[in-house]
Write a protein that binds this ligand. Structure first.
Ligand SMILES: [Zn+2]
Length: 51
């Protein structure tokens, strides 16, 4: 079963796996997907992403 994509252009090129594997990268403030695994900062708004 295919689930609908919620993000617009935020998905990485290789997002072929389980969506849960990158959910922890989604910024709680603006919804952007970070470029790397937390702990890091959102590249869009600078909010801290925690593990
Ligand atoms: Zn953000």
């Amino acid at each position: 079963m295919t689930s609908p994509e919620r993000s617009r252009a935020e998905l990485p090129d290789d997002a072929g796996g389980d969506p849960a594997c990158w959910m922890h990268r989604v910024c709680a403030e603006c919804g952007r997907l970070a470029d790397e695994d937390p702990p890091t900062r959102c590249p869009a708004c600078g909010a801290a992403l925690e593990v």
